[in-house]
Design a protein around this ligand. Structure first.
Ligand code: FAD
Length: 296
């Protein structure tokens, strides 16, 4: 519990109960808004540990992220976390966004650097008067007070990092700056997640690292998302899906089965929980939960 009485995600995960969480993105129009709230209401009965709302690429969704997280805090039983990135913001702006999160009743934040507006592969240039690395935002939120702070982690290392080892040092630095937990980019194979956790632990990272899950229901879409952030779907995973290339129903069923298998391996191997990238739809997550025999 934070000094202001708010529930703290860091503490909830540390307590050792498995954490289940769902990630949403800020809707762009009325139809998207409807789809989001439908997904939220369908997933609420699963009593997730928390739900999170991303911050638009290029720093574009300030108002929607604040509004949606605020509404989740006020109108649902779920604990919201707002993502926040350094893109396009000065230090003062970031401070005032943190104030606005507090006004909305949001006390959990995922502190990220973000990617350049031109896309994740473009060269990162900090905003004048802003921050260069996520660690600085973590420290700002810590010094602001009243927040439980999470950060990003990357199986195999962040694509822009010199090496995986260097990126693990960055994760350790984010822990030192005040991060209490980390959530990973999409995990495709349990072995990649456990490699990350083992190597991080060996250099002193002791915050919980929650694996991010995105079932492959559309190979092209997931491959594009992975590619955008400089990654590839591993060949063995791709092969299992590609056999069903001409049968969308079979492909979807295989994608769900593989995600459920992965979740079971992650939990059996000691992952502290699972963070689902829902893309604002609930069906796939509910199907994975059914396969894992997790019921409402
Ligand atoms: P950092 O930790 O700053 O790392 C970025 C790069 O800089 C890495 O290569 C790192 O190794 C290097 N680095 C960091 N510190 C140093 C240092 N001191 N010296 C040298 N090198 C350093 N993006 C969005 O726009 N909105 C979102 O809502 C969003 N949510 C996300 C949620 C999760 C769970 C994940 C995994 C990613 C998310 N992203 C989001 C994407 C993220 O913003 C990008 O992957 C971004 O490129 C890296 O952000 P970071 O916070 O890890 O940055």
């Amino acid at each position: 519990m934070l000094a202001n009485g708010a529930r703290e995600i860091g503490e909830l995960i540390r307590r050792g109960e498995r954490s289940f969480s769902f990630e949403f993105f800020p809707p762009k129009d009325e139809a998207g808004e409807e789809q989001l709230w439908k997904a939220i209401s369908e997933l609420e009965p699963y009593r997730p540990t928390f739900v999170s709302v991303t911050y638009g690429a290029g720093g574009t969704s300030r108002d929607t992220t604040l509004r949606v997280t605020g509404r989740i805090a006020r109108e649902t039983s779920m604990l919201p976390m707002g993502h926040l990135t350094c893109v396009g913001h000065t230090r003062e702006e970031l401070e005032s966004i943190l104030d606005e999160f507090v006004e909305e009743g949001v006390h959990n934040v995922l502190a990220l650097r973000g990617d350049p507006a031109e896309g994740p592969r473009a060269e990162w240039t900090p905003t004048e008067g802003g921050f260069t690395h996520a660690c600085e935002l973590v420290a700002l939120a810590r010094d602001h007070g009243g927040f439980s702070i999470g950060v990003a982690a990357f199986p195999g290392g962040h694509p822009g990092a010199e090496s995986m080892e260097r990126d693990l040092e960055v994760l350790l630095e984010k822990q030192r700056c005040g991060a209490e937990f980390a959530i990973t980019d999409m995990v495709f194979r349990a072995v990649d997640y456990f490699e990350l956790v083992e190597k991080a632990s060996a250099i002193g990272v002791d915050i919980p690292i929650v694996p991010g899950i995105m079932p492959i229901l559309n190979l092209g879409q997931v491959a594009r998302m992975a590619e955008l952030s400089g990654r590839e779907i591993p060949a063995d995973v791709r092969e299992r899906i590609e056999v069903h290339r001409d049968d969308p129903a079979a492909l979807r069923a295989e994608g769900i089965a593989m995600a459920a298998e992965l979740c079971a391996q992650l939990l059996d191997g000691g992952a502290p929980g699972l963070h689902f990238y829902t893309l604002n739809r609930s069906k796939a997550t509910r199907e994975i939960f059914a396969a894992l025999r997790i019921t409402v």
